[in-house]
Design a protein around this ligand. Structure first.
Ligand SMILES: [Zn+2]
Length: 461
């Protein structure tokens, strides 16, 4: 009797998983098929840009998977296009969940690659091709996962919007348009940010979600003089005045800063650093005024940007003849501004530091907008923990701030919380996004689907 019931229980336990396994394999196959076809389309800015074709590929898959054609719009903009697909929720009072990505890729010159960048190839466990990492695989996984949720009969209470921008890698014009259109969103899940780190022997080490990015800014500094013959110098010299201002700016250190998000990051990420850096990260998290910790972190090029605003001189021009007093000298200062500050305030601070009234400051930033950090929302953090727990139980998860700029910037500019939370795990040595021979381990496909199915439902139910 006892053994019979045990067999019955075992049968019950295994019957569903087997069916579920083969269904899961079907979703994996669709994701792989979609990403291969997407990679074959050359969605690069400029002549022959096939971004609109990638949008059409995903739209057709969604419609075949049960989305209404009328809920998906593809809008051409210049040489590219963006896609917005809606899955209406049952409760119109709830603000939508936006799943955000992009379908353009960085240029790739076939002659420089070992394989054709626009022919997807699976070899030795890797998917190769332009967009394999950034981010056609994530896009295909999101599409296949949403189709699977439809097939399962899932009914979201909150409207789910899937959008793909078409020039994230270049002008970000479509990114700005989409964020303006979707500024009533509850939150944005950016599947082009965050991610997991694998050890060199392939074990998951940790997962980070991106909740903030620094604001990019370019300031032009100009000094103009009446000029004259170099044999008759005056006290004022445009090159010297500019140079003195640049030296003072170069010696200046912005006040170190910390946020809830970066504090949590310092505490968790310290575990993966050398002893000295780790001690400084922990000390800074405990007391952001700790001078010894600040000195250690400021001396580390990969850490200085994490503790505050940084500004550096990047370009300089001046003078017009070897034997003439300069009539003009110009420099560019590039800043990565800690979230929460207006670029105008940082520019005013630089002007005070320069202490040279002849220097005229101008904000010449193109394609970037200021943005606040997204709050550490408990609903999002819990949903990510649960989804990640399904694929890598017990794995450390912590937030991160990046130096920018992703499509999240445009949503945060509209005061919509946005979180980078791609489930792709990669080794340091496999990081070829934007570079040659871009590749991603295909072992990511199955867990990523499990993760997305959990995350998409938790944030829209
Ligand atoms: Zn990207």
């Amino acid at each position: 009797m006892k053994s019979v019931s045990l067999i019955a229980v075992l049968a019950l336990l295994t019957a569903t998983p087997l069916a579920a396994q083969s269904q899961h394999a079907a979703v994996e196959a669709q994701a792989l098929d979609l990403v291969k076809r997407a990679i074959a389309l050359r969605s690069v800015a400029g002549p022959g840009n096939q971004t609109a074709d990638v949008a059409a590929l995903f739209r057709d898959a969604l419609v075949a998977g049960g989305f209404s054609a009328g809920d998906i719009e593809i809008t051409p903009v210049d040489d590219t296009a963006y896609m917005i697909a809606r899955w209406p929720g049952s409760d119109p009072k709830l603000k939508p969940l936006v799943i955000s990505g992009h379908i353009d890729v960085v240029e790739a010159k076939p002659e420089d690659w070992e394989r054709d960048p626009f022919t997807a190839i699976v070899e030795n466990g890797y998917l190769y091709g332009r967009g394999a990492t950034d981010m056609k695989l994530d896009a295909a996984l999101a599409v296949a996962s949403l189709i699977e949720l439809k097939r399962e009969g899932y009914k979201p209470r909150r409207t789910i919007v899937l959008e793909f921008s078409g020039d994230e890698e270049t002008a970000m014009k479509t990114s700005g348009i989409i964020a303006e259109k979707l500024k009533d969103a509850e939150l944005v899940l950016n599947i082009d940010g965050g991610g997991g780190k694998l050890s060199e022997d392939g074990k998951p080490l940790y997962f980070t979600w991106q909740g903030a990015e620094k604001t990019y800014a370019d300031f032009e500094l100009t000094v103009t003089n009446p000029g004259g013959h170099s044999s008759a110098p005056r006290k004022e010299n445009a090159i010297n005045q500019l140079a003195a201002a640049l030296v003072r700016i170069g010696q200046y250190r912005f006040k170190p800063e910390i946020s809830d998000l970066t504090r949590s990051y310092f505490v968790e990420a310290a575990k993966y650093e050398d002893a000295e850096t780790a001690a400084a990260m922990r000390a800074f998290a405990a007391n952001p005024g700790d001078e010894a910790a600040i000195a250690t972190l400021s001396a580390n090029p990969s850490k200085i940007g994490e503790i505050g605003t940084t500004c550096v001189s990047t370009m300089i021009t001046g003078g017009h003849a070897q034997n003439a007093l300069p009539q003009r000298a110009t420099a560019n200062i590039n800043c990565r501004i800690f979230p929460g500050h207006k670029p105008a305030d940082i520019m005013a601070e630089l002007a005070r530091v320069a202490a040279e009234p002849a220097v005229v400051f101008k904000d010449v930033t193109v394609g970037a907008v200021p943005n606040d950090p997204s709050p550490m929302r408990p609903d999002f953090v819990a949903a990510v923990k649960k989804a990640m727990g399904r694929i890598h139980p017990g794995l450390p998860i912590f937030p991160s701030m990046s130096s920018g700029a992703s499509d999240s910037m445009w949503f945060r500019y509209q005061h919509v919380p946005s979180y980078g939370a791609s489930p792709i795990f990669i080794k340091e040595s496999d990081e070829f996004a934007h570079g040659l021979n871009e590749r991603t381990p295909i072992s990511n496909i199955s867990p990523a689907i499990t993760y997305y199915l959990s995350l998409f439902t938790d944030l829209s139910r």
